[in-house]
Design a binder for this molecule. Structure first.
Ligand SMILES: Nc1ncnc2c1ncn2[C@@H]1O[C@H](COP(=O)(O)OP(=O)(O)O)[C@@H](O)[C@H]1O
Ligand SMILES: [Mg+2]
Length: 341
């Protein structure tokens, strides 16, 4: 082992893409010969990140936040423009073949399997490439296919599989040679809920059982919430938050949002009802003439709802588990968290 406790590390990493811009029309093309205009786009700025072996880290951010760029820098597909990205203690952009075998990368749009043959045949080719022991290979394929619920799809040509089945095959392929670190770039994008759930469970289990380090990107908080221990929020190329998800969840997730729609003949909301809220520790967060939204601790949610039916003529009611995403937004707004660098 190296002296580095981190399996991967970024120090002040920046990435700037430059694109040539050209004016419109013939004149623009001619001008382009004379003076090339280059527009620079900062995709990553000052990224500091260290991941220890065995961690499962969720990298979340809106489209364009820089998630894919960061994954590409970390896996050595593209070089960083500044700073340093290290994997296994070495420059990520200059990995040896041996080090490359210690990682796997799953990208939504980019298949490592062969389109025209069944997944099982692709896996056998990968087995040759990675020289995985045959008995171990068979066992692993069987076990992983079972967990991902695609055993009966192994013999089907890849192109004939559904998006979800294909992604599961990609994931099986990525874990076959027992890499130390697996990067997955938006693995659940566009998938049905059941496939998403199966994939999340699989990743968690593999991470726990084999201590595989997992870096997962998503623009969907549910992915991160249910899969990861640690959350990194990327916004416009910068890390906004980097911290423990378990603690965050424990602190904030016990809240429910209760939305009630009132009948026309119902009494409206009025300030004298404040006392009714206090009893349940509820807070009125939004008020429209016929719609009210409250927040209440999960444990008081049920009696509170019953009480709402006593107070109002309720036409419709919805309870929502407070999505972590909202909370995070709120936390930033109030400046309560200062864990990000
Ligand atoms: N090859 C490229 N050339 C120029 N700009 C790029 C390139 N790849 C990505 N970008 C830009 O960099 C920013 C980050 O992109 P990306 O890393 O793909 O974000 P994400 O994966 O979070 O959606 C975006 O504004 C995107 O348009
Ligand atoms: Mg992306």
């Amino acid at each position: 082992m190296s002296i580095h406790p981190s399996i991967l590390e970024c120090r002040s990493v920046g990435k700037v893409y430059s694109a040539q811009v050209r004016g419109a029309g013939t004149l623009g093309i001619l001008r382009g010969f004379v003076r090339r205009q280059v527009r620079e786009h900062v995709a990553l700025a000052n990224i500091d990140l260290a991941v220890a072996p065995g961690e499962i880290v969720g990298l979340i951010g809106a489209n364009g936040a820089g998630k894919t760029t960061l994954v590409k820098c970390l896996t050595g597909i593209i070089p960083a423009s500044s700073g340093r990205c290290e994997l296994f203690g070495h420059d990520a952009f200059a990995l040896t073949r041996a080090d490359k075998r210690r990682l796997s990368l799953v990208m939504g749009q980019r298949s490592q399997l062969w389109w025209d043959i069944p997944a099982i045949d692709s896996f056998r080719l990968l087995r040759e490439i990675y020289q995985v022991d045959a008995a171990r290979f068979e066992r692993r394929v069987r076990e992983q296919a079972e967990r991902l619920d695609v055993t009966d799809r192994l013999q089907v040509q890849l192109r004939q599989l559904s998006l979800g089945e294909r992604m599961k095959m990609e994931i099986i392929g990525a874990f076959l040679h027992d890499p130390e670190v697996v990067f997955l770039d938006e693995p659940t994008i566009g998938l049905d809920l059941l496939s998403q759930e199966t994939i999340r469970t699989f990743l968690r289990e593999v991470n726990r059982e084999r201590r595989t380090t997992v870096i997962l990107t998503s623009h969907d908080m549910a992915d991160i919430e249910e899969t990861c221990d640690r959350l990194v929020i990327l916004e416009a190329g910068r890390i906004l938050f980097d911290g423990d998800l378990v603690g965050l969840r424990r602190r904030f997730v016990g809240r429910r949002a209760v939305e009630v729609h009132l009948e026309a003949n119902s009494r409206p909301w009025s300030a004298e009802l404040d006392g009714e809220l206090e009893r349940f520790g509820a807070v009125l967060v939004r008020e429209a003439p016929r719609a009210l939204t409250f927040e209440v601790d999960a444990e008081h949610c049920q009696p509170f709802i019953q009480h709402l039916f006593d107070l109002f003529q309720v036409r419709d009611l919805a309870v929502e588990r407070q999505p972590l995403e909202n909370l995070i937004r709120e936390i930033f707004r109030t400046g309560e968290l200062v864990e990000a660098s």
